[in-house]
Write a protein that binds this ligand. Structure first.
Ligand code: GLY
Length: 309
């Protein structure tokens, strides 16, 4: 058994391992771990306390994929519920669909009995209001919703303040089953309705017991263009080692010299439960991991492929 997470503070890793030790499945463990990150207001890229869109609305995205069955569930633009990972799991388990967004996703969450929550923390509201007042000279930031044209503000999404936080968990359970989950509030100050890679199955995450799993953090617009997660797993299917598969998927990202709006990290596990993480750049990313004999998570260091172009 093993739990790995892109969250280098290791939030939720112990709880995910405890879920496994209680006999839970990889799906249970992924959900348990990610829910804790979603509830952590210190994490401004996921769940409660996430960075809002241009209009000051926090819109959450998540996906989960069960590598045993290749079943998957995803939700996007969820503005009123704290745990999109749990809604995504319910989509996977209760519906014939795999992906719900916006009002439909929220309607489904209500039907499933999820509690509504206020996701915008006072700190994030203040940060958004400051941004609107200082960069647009708008005294009342709430009036921005009546603006006819927000297009020119979409560049705000590249504001380094927001850091594009996302969390990935990949778990292998006692049965050898692998599950992957992703949750994010997406890019801060994003255009309303924008979806990144996080809820897109194959782009932001993929899991297949036969070969392994992968999930992404960073600039979702990049990972979508080269289907980074599915590509990583497919490269393992084609016979590459974990290291080579992640490196190849990073080289795919490296080809995106036009509209290179940010970096992407790939967290991955092979079918034997070996973990790694990789990015394009000079310094390899780190990830948290925990096996049953450990008392807490440790940090692993991944690999990096130099920038090209
Ligand atoms: N990877 C998170 C996002 O782009 O929204």
């Amino acid at each position: 058994m093993i739990v790995i997470s892109s969250n280098s503070r290791g939030v939720g890793v112990v709880e995910a391992m405890e879920a496994l030790k209680r006999g839970g499945t990889a799906v249970d463990a992924v959900e348990a771990g990610i829910r804790l990150v979603e509830s952590d207001p210190e994490d401004t890229g996921v769940g409660l306390g996430g960075c809002p869109n241009i209009l000051g609305v926090v819109e959450l995205d998540a996906q989960i994929m069960d590598g045993r069955t290749l079943n998957a569930g995803a939700v996007g633009c969820v503005a009123r519920y704290e745990h999109p990972i749990s809604i995504a799991r319910m989509v996977m388990e209760k519906l014939v669909h795999v992906f719900l967004v916006g009002e439909g996703a929220e309607r489904f969450a209500r039907e499933m009995g999820f509690e509504e929550a206020t996701l915008l923390t006072p700190q994030m509201r203040a940060a958004w209001e400051k941004k609107v007042r200082e960069e647009m000279g708008i005294v009342d930031p709430s009036s921005l919703k009546d603006a006819k044209d927000l297009r020119h503000l979409s560049k705000w999404a590249t504001d380094p303040y927001t850091k594009m936080g996302t969390v990935n968990f990949i778990v292998k359970d006692a049965n050898g089953d692998i599950c992957m989950g992703v949750s994010t509030s997406g890019w801060g100050w994003k255009y309303p309705g924008r979806l990144g890679d996080s809820p897109v199955i194959g782009a932001g995450g993929y899991a297949d017991n036969l070969y392994g799993a992968a999930a992404c953090t960073g600039a979702g617009e990049m990972a979508i263009r080269v289907s980074s997660a599915r590509s990583t797993v497919l490269y393992m299917k084609m016979g590459m080692s974990l290291h080579d598969a992640v490196s190849e998927a990073l080289r795919d990202l490296n080809r995106l010299t036009d509209q290179r709006i940010g970096g992407v990290s790939i967290l991955a596990m092979d079918r034997d439960g070996r973990p790694t993480c990789g990015n394009v750049g000079d310094s390899p990313p780190s990830y948290a991991y925990m096996t049953p004999e450990m008392t807490g998570p440790a940090l692993g260091t991944g690999i990096c492929v130099p920038f090209a172009g």
